[in-house]
Design a protein around this ligand. Sequence first.
Ligand code: NDP
Length: 277
Amino acid sequence: MSKRVAVVTGANKGIGLAIVKGLCKAGFIGDILLTARNEKLGQDAVAGLKSEGCKNVIFHQLDICDQGSSLKLKKFLEEKYGGLDVLINNAGMAFKNSATEPFGEQAEVTMRTNFWGTLWVCHALLPILRPNARVVNVSSFVSKKSLDQCSPELQAKFRNKDLSEEELCLLMGEFVQAAQAGDHTAQGWPNTAYGTTKIGVTVLSRIQAKVLTETRPGDGILLNACCPGWVRTDMAGPNATKSPEEGAETPVYLATLPEGVKEPHGQLVWDKTVQEW
Ligand code: NDP
């Protein structure tokens, strides 16, 4: 049998780094690929974890905004492992509240990383998932808060269980266009770029889970979105309530759901608890 392998994106620091450490401490059997877009930062993170006893951590470069980079990783996984067992889409970004870039630019840049980047990684790697694989898309509780701020029409679309990936992509594109035109709130969108991109990640997860259920019934694959909580990282700052290790708990829990377990699947999970969408 091929060696098991897990991939964590954006893992050179913050919650991603803590997830790699958490997987290792949880006794993940196989290799854990700590991926980062910056090779030096990634290699330094791996060296740090190895010195803490995480021997099965390996670096691989991955810029989620570069489709070629995802495809290179796919090729590496196929050649070295023959598939993928755990994928944690953690990489993400947010503009600071003090950012001076126009809202339309913030919307475009944030969408490119958080939604399109995550989607491209999934397009490359979901086809090579092995039976009983686990996929975790790190979204946010802000996605739920932002959903509640959408117009009733948009809320209905984002809650519609039959929404397709293509329709979701069109909606994310419409938000960016409206943001650039300066009339996103008039069109029923919330006034948050980050929150809207995370609506995209949560809804994408619901769609991906449904497609997996339909296309690979009986393979036991579970895919969920999660919120790590409010975590002290470069993104959220020092006043947040959780340490990165605490923030990693729910993603690691979802990534290590034992074989044979049937749920959660296609849910938004926070503090190891399924949230209503
Ligand atoms: P950090 O800013 O500390 O870390 C973000 C990570 O994502 C970094 O490793 C960063 O790499 C990486 N990244 C950004 N863009 C790319 C890219 N194009 N390709 C590859 N990697 C990339 O943030 P957190 O650790 O706080 O956030 C991790 C995830 O958790 C995000 O998805 C975030 O939205 C989510 N989240 C965080 C919360 C919090 O309170 N902190 C709350 C809810 C959700 P680099 O160092 O090169 O920039």
